[in-house]
Design a protein. Structure first.
Length: 352
């Protein structure tokens, strides 16, 4: 990993060094279960998923255009997309209440997407695309293959691009839940408008590497996003280290993934058991790093002001529970717990 040669010390191909793009293509082919070998020419490597997302919005949109995004969602994108490319995010708000149309809490349905399109047209907003985060942060639910197809079909009907963030692909610790990558589909409804983002921040817990990658069948999009490597590339030395990491399949499959999975399971069980004992409702998903909990009962009145107060009270006790408002959740009272931590730290959190 600590190897350095002259090539690594020069400006690289802005799309990423060929050796890393080839390794990413092999890695994604294997872990996404792609029906055919993915093409390294369709891979772009930049310095984070956020950079890939922002450059995609810059490339696909004109200033003032918009993307639909199921909400709540991790909001670093929303702050920056407007600043970076003047692209707006239109929130498709999901509700916790179970109804005939909403058979699970915070369920994304095509009806909700269609309604958001109608409202956007009414407001004369030009919708260019749809952002999907699978699994979603903070909800951590994983889209079924059928739902995924429905969302992609919806996008095709409206000529929308789909940016799908699969950053949590390797963080599914419940083996009974299959992760369906769009890259595993035999045929995509609109391959030229489907763009996948992935990185090692969550699955390998190394956000400090600052690596993000795009896979798109659209060669024009790949080369234009690649040109932004001039601003957003990673150093050759880091690219070499990443390549060595992704190559080490024996360690990933036999050591890293099983250990990570069993630690995540244990930590998740520990926290969810405590939540059950305390009668705190939560969404029970078997993936990701977070648990979405409902503390409505502890807000009086149930408002965002009270939610903020509770958040501050937690902070006073050195406990960081992210409030739902930070994820643009429409209902006050929801909080995100990061459970993926060492057992000792989880216990300390509980004493707080
Ligand atoms: C779903 C999701 N995508 C992307 C990111 C950002 O990843 P990166 O650190 O590569 O910018 C995050 C960070 O929290 C995230 O939760």
């Amino acid at each position: 990993m600590n190897y350095i040669n002259d090539d690594l010390l020069q400006y690289p191909d802005w799309r990423g060094h060929a050796f890393l793009r080839e390794e990413v293509a092999r890695f994604l082919t294997h872990y996404c279960k792609a029906p055919e070998q993915l093409d390294p020419e369709n891979v772009v490597v930049l310095n984070s998923c956020a950079s890939v997302f922002l450059t995609l919005t810059m490339v696909l949109c004109d200033p003032g255009d918009a993307f639909l995004i199921p909400t709540p969602f991790s909001s670093s994108f929303s702050l920056t997309s407007y600043l970076y490319s003047k692209v707006e995010l239109i929130h498709v708000h999901l509700q916790s209440e179970i109804t005939e149309a909403n058979t699970q809490p915070f369920q994304l349905t095509v009806d909700k997407l269609e309604k958001a399109m109608v409202e956007a047209k009414f407001k004369k907003q030009k919708v260019r695309g749809l952002v999907l985060i699978n699994s979603n942060n903070p909800l951590e639910d994983i889209y079924s293959r059928d739902s995924l197809k429905e969302y992609l079909e919806f996008a095709r009907r409206h000529d929308l691009h789909v940016i799908i963030d699969e950053i949590c692909m390797l963080s599914v610790f419940d083996e009974s839940i299959p992760f369906n990558s769009v890259l595993s589909m035999e045929s995509l409804p609109d391959p030229n408008r489907t763009h996948v983002i992935w990185d090692t921040s969550k699955g390998f817990g190394i956000s400090g590497f600052h690596f993000g990658t795009l896979y798109t069948h659209n060669k024009e999009v790949a080369s234009t996003v690649g040109a932004f490597g001039f601003l957003h590339s990673i150093s050759g030395i880091t690219q070499h280290k990443l390549c060595r990491l992704l190559q080490d399949r024996e360690w990933i499959d036999n050591v890293y993934l099983p250990t990570n999975c069993s630690r995540m399971k244990e930590a998740h069980k520990y926290i969810t058991n405590r939540l059950k004992t305390m009668n705190i409702p939560f969404l029970n998903c078997g993936s990701g790093l977070y648990i979405w909990i409902n503390l409505k009962e502890h807000l009086d009145p149930c408002t965002f002001e009270e939610e903020q107060q509770l958040y501050c009270r937690f902070l006073d006790h050195k406990l960081l529970l992210a409030p739902g408002k930070a994820y643009k959740c429409k209902e006050p009272g929801w909080f995100r717990i990061t459970f993926a931590d060492k057992p000792q730290r989880l216990k300390v959190g509980e004493w707080c």
